[in-house]
Design a protein around this ligand. Structure first.
Ligand code: SF4
Length: 477
């Protein structure tokens, strides 16, 4: 049973909103953390998700009755859900038309580019929660614009992506059976690699590994308190210098863990055996593309690495899951042929293989932000080709959704009208808008200044451009 701050008329009321389903919301460690930390500050808090309607999960209070809405967003298409939730609750979605509730938004896509939500939000948390906690609490408690948050009403203005010097997550959790990964413990913040397409890595730099012993103790505490297998989360868990020690100690204590996608070149036989020993049934790696494109992207992973890991996973009876990307800049027929042969080889040595194919989606704050997305017809054809040759468990991300994701994340404030239109129109708005050419900028190269050019992340735009040009030199010549 979770202890809650009781309703008092005088308390500041904060709606904690996750613009996706309840199951997805409860799988987010930061959503759990916010729930407890906001109450620690004395705020009255209720949770809101798309599928629970415009009333709070706890006491059924209407969303419109809150003083603030704090929305954590992890996926650009959820911006539409956020606006729809406001409209369904009778709240004017645009900040200029609304006195209260005030809306504060945050999450990785907001840190990369807050402008697509700028017309709707009163404040944005650009960066990680820990360094922005003080300003956020001050803003919620007083309504005054505390320095540190980004206030869109001031117009696009310089803002720095904030990061935590020390990562000490809160491991209190709401024990929800619907939560897939809620018992997550962070092994590291950021990623030591910088694959040119990876927004998550570029907005969470620098890499900050935590002491693996502390992480393991936290995981064990969660397991004994809630009786569920904890997940270790990190962008590249096996880049952690103590990764094998952590697994070996977990195995010694009989602690079963769930782990995310791994870098194949860092997985030796011992590491794969240790993964199996802590109960990992599926091994996920992301070869992404042919070896030459992989190298140009910053993934120094050879086909031999992939086959070695696949073979070991097969020997241990683990399911192998592979991620591939199509439509990378300067992708050639020979790249897809190479990937196809690699898949065939993988199937020979591994047991069950699942393949997940994503279109390349250019994202802000990455070197490939300057690159166009491939035409939709091309992407569909390549995905279909891979589906035919794989002949096994197969999933893909719809290129139309990919283009919409790119259109939103690479957009400026003018994207607000499309987000609002999509939230109020029958299904099919985005497809129509794509057909009418409203998002053609997604399919063209981009130049500085970009709509998010005032957001200062770890690398300056000159460095991102330098890396992009180097990629072109390596992949296109
Ligand atoms: S290794 Fe993975 S998480 Fe790290 S930068 Fe590359 S794609 Fe992103």
């Amino acid at each position: 049973m979770v202890r809650r701050v009781a309703y008092r008329k005088a308390a500041v009321k904060v709606a904690l909103l996750y613009p996706s389903t309840y199951r997805v919301a409860m799988s987010s460690a930061v959503y759990h953390m916010l729930y407890f930390k906001l109450q620690d500050e004395g705020f009255y808090v209720e949770r809101f998700t798309v599928d629970k309607g415009p009333h709070g999960v706890e006491d059924g209070t209407p969303l419109a009755h809150f003083d603030y809405i704090v929305a954590t967003v992890h996926y650009e298409l959820d911006y539409v859900n956020l606006v729809k939730m406001l409209i369904d609750a009778g709240i004017p979605p645009r900040a200029a038309d609304r006195r209260r509730p005030k809306l504060v938004v945050g999450g990785p896509p907001v840190a990369a580019n807050p402008e697509p939500l700028a017309e709707f939000a009163d404040a944005a948390a650009v960066g990680e929660l820990e360094p922005l906690w003080g300003p956020l609490v001050q803003y919620l408690a007083t309504g005054d614009e505390a320095e540190g948050l980004y206030y869109p009403a001031r117009g696009p203005h310089p803002v720095e992506v904030k990061y935590a010097k020390h990562v000490e997550p809160d491991y209190r959790r709401m024990p929800e059976p619907e939560a897939a990964f809620s018992l997550a413990v962070e092994l590291a913040r950021g990623c030591p690699y910088s694959c040119l397409f990876c927004m998550e890595s570029y907005v969470t730099k620098p890499y900050r590994p935590r002491d693996w012993r502390v992480v393991l103790d936290e995981a064990e505490r969660l397991r004994s308190k809630y009786g569920v297998r904890p997940s270790i989360v990190a962008l590249t868990a096996n880049a952690h210098p103590g990764f094998k020690e952590l697994l070996a100690e977990a195995a010694r204590r009989g602690l079963r863990l769930s782990l995310p996608s791994m870098r194949a070149e860092l997985l030796d036989e011992e590491a794969v055996e240790l993964l199996a020993a802590v109960g990992q049934r599926t091994l996920t790696i992301a070869p992404e593309a042919s070896e030459r494109l992989r190298r140009a992207l910053g993934k120094e992973i050879t086909d031999e690495d992939v086959l070695r890991v696949a073979k070991k996973a097969g020997e241990l009876g683990m399911r192998l899951k592979l991620y591939l990307m199509v439509g990378l800049p300067c992708e050639r027929p020979a790249d897809l042929e190479e990937v196809t042969s690699l898949m065939k080889e993988v199937r020979k040595v591994a047991g069950a293989v699942s393949l997940s194919v994503n279109p390349f989606i250019p994202k802000p704050q990455t070197p490939l932000q300057y690159s166009p997305m491939a035409p939709l017809a091309y992407l569909r054809e390549k995905i279909e080709h891979l589906r035919r040759v794989h002949r096994g468990d197969f999933s893909f991300y719809d290129p139309v959704l990919g283009a919409v994701q790119a259109a939103i994340s690479l957009g400026g404030r003018d994207v607000a009208r499309h987000i609002e239109a999509a939230a109020t129109s029958p299904p099919g708005y985005w497809r129509r808008a794509l057909r009418e050419g409203l998002f053609d900028y997604v399919f063209k190269p981009r130049e500085d200044p970009l709509p998010w050019g005032h957001v200062k992340a770890f690398y300056p735009p000159e460095e991102l451009r330098r890396r992009y040009l180097k990629y072109l030199e390596e992949a296109c010549s």
